[in-house]
Design a binder for this molecule. Structure first.
Ligand SMILES: C[S@@+](CC[C@H](N)C(=O)[O-])C[C@H]1O[C@@H](n2cnc3c(N)ncnc32)[C@H](O)[C@@H]1O
Length: 482
């Protein structure tokens, strides 16, 4: 028989899919759990069977193999053609969020609703909105249960704020306030992040952009302001409000153990102080403060974030604020760090917003105020080379991971299963001039700022890892660079 390499490739991927689904089935059966179906609406409880580390690892293998199967199966030019058109899906997603379609369809119940009714609250053209929903339904986001009648799938149900339509229409600008933040995140990413992305190639081609630090966002919005400054302008109040909720959405989408893994918080002595720098409203501190009642926390962020942080804690854990165990402090991380020698400086999703020069300035201020025992805990995406080279090694850095490496024929970086981190890298590049970094890149940055990386915890594909650093013995004394 003539060997058929292409078919062998497909067969190898199908075998991986088959054996992984078998393991998933056994795991669910042994736990008496049900794996969520695309037809069941999303809830934290119904997602729980898929949220344990071992099941997530199996899902990653499925996604990686299925993604590769599609790439191998599809007519070749079609793959590039469809990639060049992917932006249409993002635009459709934002259109339906702005139409409040998820809330309207939820209120209609499982049988779904005719497009004439779905389009009514925002006076959108029904036939155009139907085309929008149809494109999404082709991606399993909503389903068309009869011609022009749309109902929810599990994926579309995540676009639902949970608010009633009448409440949203009363004050559309407050649509995302008090919600899970996930719809805010999706609207945010398919709005200004997407518009900025459209100008990324021109920015890369512009030789002056490296020197000026001009981002694709600056080009798209014709502004010299940084995206954070731009968000704070009064005319962008809605987008800023949505951004704050989007940050909550990110926290909600993180696996629950993310803040807890990769650093042994339990070994900190009683009353140790953890400083959460650029901590936003303090969503990570909330997880830690609940889990470790003997630790104290200071959340540092901007003045603009303070009212949101106060509201956030007032409803979630007010006693921690009353007792003084958790405090909020307005602090600009480009200025000298006012808290010296805490047990931990904690930076989550902060460094990826900034260029290397900015990060060095932030880290040097922390180094200047660190005590000999202070630990720096960085929680960020740790990027891998697609070839799986030596990206996850660093001199003198111990590496731990709970996930097994993906074996051939799967891509070593887990392919589609880790796609989120590669997308976020571009959100950072385009809107903030920021970077998602590899371990060697982090080690370099830390060494330049007087820190030494000592351990890396590799999170699941698409999840954040942790780097722990200690002050370098022969530190460089520095003042702010910016
Ligand atoms: C991507 S968010 C991360 C928030 C939080 N660490 C988390 O993971 O949920 C970055 C945070 O940095 C804050 N930030 C930006 N510039 C800052 C500055 N110069 N000083 C202090 N915080 C700043 C923003 O307000 C925002 O809350």
């Amino acid at each position: 028989m003539v060997s058929n390499t292409g078919v062998s490739e497909l067969r190898a991927l199908v075998d991986i899919l088959q054996s992984t689904v078998d393991k998933l089935d056994e795991t669910m059966a042994s736990r008496g759990q049900t794996y969520p179906s695309l037809d069941d609406l999303y809830s934290i409880e119904s997602e729980a069977p898929r949220s344990s580390p071992d099941v997530l690892a199996l899902c990653d293998v499925l996604v990686s193999a299925a993604g590769q199967l599609i790439a191998a199966a599809r007519p070749t030019p079609t793959s590039s053609l469809l990639t060049s058109l992917q932006y249409q899906t993002s635009a459709c997603l934002r259109a339906v969020i702005r139409a409040h379609a998820a809330e309207v369809i939820r209120e209609a119940g499982p049988k779904g609703l005719h497009i004439s009714q779905i389009a009514k609250p925002t006076n959108m053209d029904p036939s155009k909105l139907a085309r929008t929903l149809r494109l999404l339904a082709t991606n399993h986001i909503f389903k068309e249960v009869a011609p022009d009648v749309f109902a929810h799938t599990r994926i579309s149900s995540v676009l639902d704020t949970g608010k009633s339509l009448s409440e949203i229409l009363e004050d559309p600008e407050a649509k995302h306030d008090g919600t899970s933040g996930m719809p805010a995140l999706f609207e945010q990413l398919s709005d200004y992040s997407m518009k900025a992305a459209a100008y990324m190639p021109e920015t890369l081609l512009d030789p002056s952009s490296a020197a000026t630090g001009k981002t694709a966002f600056n080009r798209a919005y014709k502004t010299e302001l940084s995206s954070f400054e731009w968000l704070r302008q009064p005319e962008n109040a809605y987008i800023h409000r949505r951004f704050n909720m989007a940050m909550e959405g990110i926290a909600k989408m993180s696996v629950p153990w993310e803040a807890l893994e990769g650093f042994d918080w339990r070994m900190l002595p009683e009353k140790s102080l953890v400083v959460d720098i650029g901590g936003g409203v303090g969503s990570q501190t909330l997880t830690l403060a609940k889990k470790f009642p003997l630790l104290n926390f200071v959340i540092q962020d901007t003045e603009a974030t303070q009212p949101n942080a106060e509201k956030y804690w007032a409803t979630r854990f007010p006693e921690a604020i009353f007792s003084g165990r958790v405090q909020y402090q307005v602090h600009n991380f480009f200025e000298p760090q006012p808290i010296s020698s805490p047990a931990v400086y904690y930076l989550k999703n902060v460094l990826h917003d900034w260029s290397d020069n900015h990060c060095t300035a932030i880290l040097r201020h922390l180094r200047d105020s660190a005590g000999p025992e202070t630990k720096l805990v960085i929680q960020e995406n740790i990027m891998e080379y697609v070839c799986g080279d030596s990206s996850l090694t660093g001199p003198g850095v111990s590496i731990s991971s709970e996930t097994e490496a993906h074996l051939p024929p799967l891509l070593p970086n887990a392919g589609q299963a880790s796609m989120f981190t590669y997308y976020v890298d571009f959100v950072m590049m385009n809107t903030h001039g920021g970077v998602e970094r590899t371990l060697p890149h982090f080690c370099e940055l830390l060494a330049d700022s007087g820190w030494k990386a000592v351990s890396l915890y590799k999170g699941p594909p698409g999840g954040r890892g942790k780097i722990i650093a200690i002050p370098q013995r022969v530190g460089v004394q520095v003042s702010g660079m910016l």
